[in-house]
Design a protein around this ligand. Structure first.
Ligand code: SF4
Length: 350
């Protein structure tokens, strides 16, 4: 008889069996992205890959990515996250930061955008609404990444926060990304925060401040995020696979360019390219320690599918209806969702 622990492990490590088979009906802040011209690699994106979202939309089978060890990491993150939310609730009278709603759901039908905020608060000291996004970070999960995040939040968090602001723009909220730094074990070291500086006009760009300096993101605006979703929408409507935004397999030339620009992610990668160049850069002999994909592709659950041409697959999209009936279904699902969110919403501000 198979042990219970083995059964659980088996399901976690082959999580595609848990995949949601309902068709997707909208976009999420976590899938926001903008076009970007990388000075070394050329046209790419910041944030989510359109092609990955296209696979997500049609519920293509995912490669099992989760392992027991990575599950531990995400569980620890979510425990701290939930515990921290509760702590903030219990001390709100002292902090003057009153929690209006946790996990508040929103839906912007014109952008097909839905999501949930961590915390919607009212700051009595500043007489202003605050959207609080809680993120956890841990030095042991990668010193380089940790240091980077102390300088500036991850781009996907900035894109996410931008969507939150415009979803609640009637409130003109402050958007704060609050980091909880975990030490080894369950100790929490300290907190640090960033505020997103978001213009009223959604075509203007976003900036971020840690209170002492301001970092501009000229390539990020809500209008550009919406533009990408519109592009994705067109690909979805045509059932046509979008081009890749990243590189499942970087060429020798690209890796060399990244090396000279000091843009390789890990020391071991820099050393591998240096050794290969020193030995005469023979084609086919560059062995990269963590594989040759760009970062986004290395954790993408569709990498094997993406490397091949879609037409090689006899995959019919799960929504095999006509486009007209599919759109009709989406409209009615969106209507129901809109009603549900309004009903559960106990704040009278829209
Ligand atoms: S492998 Fe890379 S390019 Fe392909 S879908 Fe995934 S993230 Fe996009």
């Amino acid at each position: 008889m198979q042990k219970i622990s083995d059964r659980i492990k088996n399901i976690i490590e082959n999580q595609h069996v848990l995949g949601d088979i309902r068709p997707q009906t909208g976009f999420y802040p976590s899938s926001a992205s903008v076009e970007y011209n990388d000075p070394v690699l050329g046209p790419t994106a910041q944030g989510a890959c359109l092609r990955k979202q296209w696979y997500d939309w049609y519920r293509f089978p995912q490669q099992g990515e989760e392992t027991i060890s990575s599950l531990g990491r995400s569980l620890l993150g979510s425990w701290v996250h939930d515990g921290f939310q509760n702590l903030l609730k219990s001390i709100q009278i002292y902090t003057d930061l009153y929690i209006i709603n946790a996990e508040h759901a929103f839906w912007k039908p014109n952008w097909k955008l839905s999501g949930r905020l961590d915390l919607l608060c009212f700051d009595k000291k500043e007489n202003r609404y605050v959207i609080l996004e809680i993120k956890t970070v841990n030095k042991e999960w990668g010193p380089a990444g940790f240091k980077q995040q102390m300088e500036c939040p991850k781009l996907e968090y900035i894109l996410q926060g931008t969507c939150y602001y415009y979803a609640y723009e009637e409130l003109n909220p402050k958007v704060i990304i609050l980091y909880v730094n975990l030490l080894s074990g369950m100790n929490v070291d300290f907190l640090f925060e960033f505020e997103l500086i978001i213009p009223k006009n959604n075509t203007d760009n976003i900036a971020v401040t840690d209170g002492s300096k301001i970092t501009q993101f000229p390539e990020i605006s809500m209008a550009k995020i919406i533009e990408r979703w519109n592009t994705l929408n067109d690909y979805i409507a045509r059932k046509e696979l979008p081009p890749r935004d990243f590189w499942p397999e970087l060429s020798d030339e690209q890796l060399t360019a990244l090396y000279y620009a000091d843009k390789l992610s890990y020391k071991a990668e820099t050393e591998a390219v240096k050794k290969w160049l020193d030995k005469g850069a023979v084609e086919g002999q560059l062995q990269m320690p963590y594989g040759r994909s760009s970062k986004q592709c290395s954790w993408c659950p569709y990498i094997n599918l993406c490397k091949k041409d879609f037409n090689e697959f006899n995959v019919s999209c799960p929504t095999s209806d006509t486009l007209e009936s599919f759109n009709k279904k989406m409209e009615s699902i969106n209507y129901v969702r809109d009603q549900e969110i309004r009903q559960q919403d106990n704040i009278d501000y829209f």
